[in-house]
Design a protein around this ligand. Structure first.
Ligand SMILES: *Cc1c(COP(=O)(O)O)cnc(C)c1O
Length: 409
């Protein structure tokens, strides 16, 4: 008789985006004339950069010719792309061997799959609020205990990041085995300075723990002294795995390409005391369970890392960041407390006193016909906040700003 992985059944349905959609639909039915603008989206809206389109056309033609056709590629990714990524890191003073870079179909897959390498009994810590993939993929392995009525997993270490601690994660009272960090952060849009992130690297070195570092929004960093990669910090290559993606950087959310850096110095022991190397283990995992992302897609990704590609992707990033910066000023102008929005396409709004994430969400919808995302949907410490994004159209951003003027909070 087959026995299922019962831990899947512990996962509550994630109702956040369907809840939002339901509420918007209901409001729209009752108020058909309402012109609703959506700023809740976490997806890009601009088309792909021209360099990527050209590279894909060219690669498609190669596929049409027996001499240049490609079948199965290396599971870890083509060398041309790994080389281009290694050079990209070099610009930040980080030297990687191309065998430390693994190409994938995006970082959600890698973040979720990486837990294959970890024993079930690891104690996991997450910053809170957070991208839900980190928690859910560990729940599937039975690492998080049970989901309680307080919205917390019984066996997960939460590291709150709120305005009360300036969104800087403190070390938890209990030392975890693995910690997920995401900077620039989704949903709060906040960052860590080099000094602040260095403290986490030192902590990980001291306690022999692994940092899983998600830097999907690295391209949105505009301020100095904010590390683009955790490997800019000395010693990080002994404790950290870094996840990156072309999704937000180059508009690849529908194209699918990301990569993960697993340094060769990452050695940890199993329950039996035998040492394993995470780089070799990840390579084994990927070559067994993953077939690489499409050649055509990898050519497109490579093109975004050329000089022209950098110019074009920078334009995309600037477009969204201009939206965010206009929204930020406008929200501050009406007296709201806002965070993020300087090094990430997200603004994290503190709801007015006496309101909750959902009540303020409803009010923004009903009074201004603007859709946001309630912060509590990203974890218990997100209660009392709303997320809005710069991923909308410039014209819509201007309309939102116009609507927000003179809003009586
Ligand atoms: C969008 C996003 C990613 C990237 O996901 P892909 O699977 O590469 O599209 C990773 N982490 C966070 C926090 C994100 O918001």
């Amino acid at each position: 008789m087959p026995v299922i992985n019962e831990f899947f059944l512990d996962l509550p349905e994630n109702y956040l985006f369907s809840d939002i959609a339901k509420r918007v639909k209901k409001y729209k039915e009752e108020n058909p004339e309402a012109d609703i603008i959506r700023l809740g989206i976490g997806d890009v809206t601009l088309p792909l950069p021209k360099v990527a389109i050209d590279a894909m056309h060219k690669a498609v033609d190669e596929m049409a010719n027996a001499d240049t056709f490609r079948g199965y590629g290396p599971e870890q990714g083509y060398e041309f792309l790994r080389q281009a990524i290694a050079e990209d890191y070099k610009r930040r003073g980080v030297n990687l061997d191309i065998d430390e870079i693994f190409i994938s179909d995006g970082s959600k897959s890698d973040l979720g799959n990486f837990t294959d390498l970890l024993d079930r009994d690891n104690r996991i810590a997450i910053i809170d609020p957070v991208y839900p993939v980190y928690i859910d993929s560990n729940v599937m392995f039975g690492r998080c205990g049970k989901f309680g009525e307080d919205g917390r997993w019984s066996n997960l270490i939460y590291i709150p990041c709120t305005a009360d601690n300036d969104f800087i994660p403190d070390f938890p009272s209990e030392v975890p085995d693995v910690v997920y960090l995401c900077y620039p952060n989704n949903p709060t849009g906040t960052v860590l300075t080099k000094e602040q992130l260095s403290k986490w690297v030192d902590y990980a070195l001291e306690h022999n723990i692994i940092i899983l570092f998600d830097s999907a929004y690295e391209a949105f960093i505009s301020e100095d002294n904010i590390p683009h990669s955790i490997y800019e910090i000395e010693g990080a290559d002994k404790v950290a795995v870094e996840f990156r993606s072309f999704s937000k950087t180059a508009g690849f959310t529908g194209v699918r390409c990301g990569y993960t850096v697993v340094p060769k110095k990452l050695n940890f022991k199993g329950k039996n005391g035998v040492e394993g190397n995470l780089n070799r283990m990840w390579c084994r995992r990927q070559t067994t369970k993953f077939n690489g992302t499409a050649y055509i897609v990898q050519r497109a990704a490579e093109a975004t890392l050329t000089d022209e590609g950098r110019r074009e992707t920078k334009e995309l990033v600037n477009y969204y960041m201009n939206n965010v910066s206009l929204l930020r000023k406008s929200l501050q102008g009406i007296g709201l407390e806002v965070y993020g929005g300087c090094n990430a396409p997200y603004i994290w709004i503190r709801v007015p006193k006496g309101e909750t994430s959902w009540s303020f969400f409803e009010r923004m919808l009903k009074e201004k016909h603007i859709v946001s995302t309630p912060g509590v949907g990203f974890g218990p410490s997100g209660e009392g906040y709303l997320r809005i994004t710069g991923f909308g159209k410039y014209e819509d951003t201007l309309r939102v700003i116009d609507r927000l003027k003179n809003w009586k909070l």
